[in-house]
Design a protein around this ligand. Structure first.
Ligand code: DSN
Length: 481
């Protein structure tokens, strides 16, 4: 793994800690201890290109495995619905303090359990804020919690239509940005913006025209499969022009914001009213979510629990505080830059062997290949790559003829391999390995699932992938037996 103090200087202490933990667990249910150990072996042996995954440091992992898990702590620091939350207050305040400093945010709410939860907190807080701030001020109401349900319903109706404008799924947007399978699609009347069919890029002029027409209450920026940069200053202008709240979901690229790769017009926190994120992707923290916002939105965001969240997870907030402290160190900026350099190198390897990439390349941590051009579905390509020892995930591409289940794309990302310490030359070679496997794979007849992969190519790729990851041990020094 890349050299952070917590992964190198404490490797032997971490080894002892994990080994002891497994011994304790094995005394109760040895099969769970065995599965945990096996997971480490499997992750060590796997060449992981999943754009949304990473490897948290031992300090982050260990911060989660303790008695903080036993505490209930609804509310916020200093204002809890349970007694004896003084230590939970400490870790929640530390997580928020580090997050504010890391991202330059006015307010941080580290309680959400996941990205979906963070988005739900954001949506309700935006609605509540928009209902409350003008209408309540006019009515002289100071405490919205004292309103009756009927009062609130009347205020809410005063908003008019609840419209959300977010990026379309096949252009790389996320399900929680107003799509029907998610509750956001039932809370909002949704329209989505796509990308230019020629370039694959967001067309800000077209988006502006669409926003003028649609008049959204919330403009959502952010993505999980768009391989380029987003101009958040332009998004802010569009939101202001149509009176929308600008929300950015930076779950995928939070690590690039923390590592100062995305600054100026590309920094979402500097431009949005509300920013949501997960903490476990490029940010390399524990599995969880967070909301950042301006001071204006802080009171409504802080009501996330119990409004839409179950009790906070203090053990995970402790790990968030540790991860954010790690991300404030100078070597995290090196890491973030390396993630992007590696992503470009991966794209180079793919392009060199003729793989078609959406937008023709990448500027961030992910690369999106259109395997439809090679006569495969994403599902066939994903399975063939896995058979050859390369872990990826299928993803829709713009105007995907195969829909979101079979898809025509494969998404690759470099946050995890960069944490392991792989460099640009290796990522270019990985791109070439991927391309070789795709070339050696053929669909069986009309099937969108069955495929044939040349056994020799599969075997050769597996062996080389094992050599590459073997040269970059995961959690070096951590031995479980
Ligand atoms: N599951 C995450 C991803 O893979 O992008 C987003 O929800």
């Amino acid at each position: 793994m890349t050299s952070t103090p917590s992964t190198v200087s404490t490797a032997s202490a971490a080894s002892t800690a994990f080994r002891s933990a497994l011994e304790v667990i094995a005394q109760v249910e040895p099969r769970v201890a065995a599965a945990i150990g096996q997971e480490l072996t499997d992750q060590r042996e796997s060449l992981k290109l999943i754009a949304s995954e990473n490897y948290a440091s031992p300090a982050v992992l260990l911060a989660m495995g303790n008695w903080f898990s036993d505490k209930y702590a609804e509310g916020t620091p200093g204002r809890r619905f349970y007694a004896a939350c003084q230590n939970v207050d400490t870790v929640e305040e530390l997580a928020a303090e580090h997050a504010r400093a890391l991202f330059g945010a006015e307010h941080a709410y580290p309680q959400p359990h996941s990205g979906i939860d963070a988005n739900l907190v954001a949506f309700w807080s935006i609605l509540a804020h928009r209902v409350e701030s003008p209408a309540l001020a006019e009515a002289g109401v100071k405490n919205v919690d004292a309103l009756t349900t009927e009062d609130w319903a009347v205020l809410r109706r005063s908003l008019g239509d609840q419209r959300m404008l977010g990026m379309s799924l096949d252009a790389g947007g996320h399900l929680t940005h107003g799509f029907r399978p998610n509750i956001s699609g039932k809370m909002f009347e949704q329209a989505s913006y796509g990308t230019d069919p020629e370039t694959g890029l967001i067309d800000y002029a077209a988006l502006r025209a669409q926003a003028r027409e649609f008049r959204p209450l919330v403009l959502v920026a952010g993505y999980s499969a768009y391989p380029r940069l987003v101009d958040f200053a332009a998004m802010r202008e569009i939101a202001d022009e149509v009176g929308a709240t600008l929300m950015v979901d930076m779950a995928h690229f939070a690590g690039l914001v923390a590592g100062k790769v995305l600054t100026g017009d590309l920094d979402p926190v500097a431009h949005a009213d509300v920013v949501t994120t997960t903490t476990h992707k490029s940010l390399r923290g524990p599995r969880g979510g967070m909301v950042l916002c301006t001071a204006e939105y802080a009171p409504s965001v802080d009501r996330g629990c119990p409004l839409v969240l179950g009790g906070p997870l203090p053990h995970v907030m402790a790990a968030k505080a540790v991860a954010f402290a790690e991300a404030r160190r100078p070597d995290f900026a090196d890491y973030a830059q390396a993630v992007v350099a590696n992503s470009r190198a991966l794209a180079e390897g793919l392009l060199r062997r003729g793989v078609r990439l959406v937008t023709g390349g990448t500027d961030n941590h992910l690369v999106l290949a259109d395997v439809g051009a090679a006569g495969l579905t994403g599902r066939q390509a994903e399975a063939a790559l896995l058979e050859a020892g390369l872990v990826t995930n299928r993803n829709a591409v713009p105007a995907d003829p195969n829909g979101p289940w079979y898809t025509s794309g494969i998404r690759f990302g470099t946050p995890a391999l960069t944490t392991r310490g792989l460099g640009e030359a290796e990522l270019t070679e990985v791109g070439e390995l991927v391309a070789d496997v795709l070339t050696a794979t053929q669909a069986e007849g009309e099937s969108k699932v069955r495929y044939r992969l040349d056994a020799a190519v599969a075997q050769r790729t597996r062996a080389r992938a094992a050599e590459i990851v073997g040269a970059h041990p995961l959690y070096p020094g951590v031995e479980l037996v």
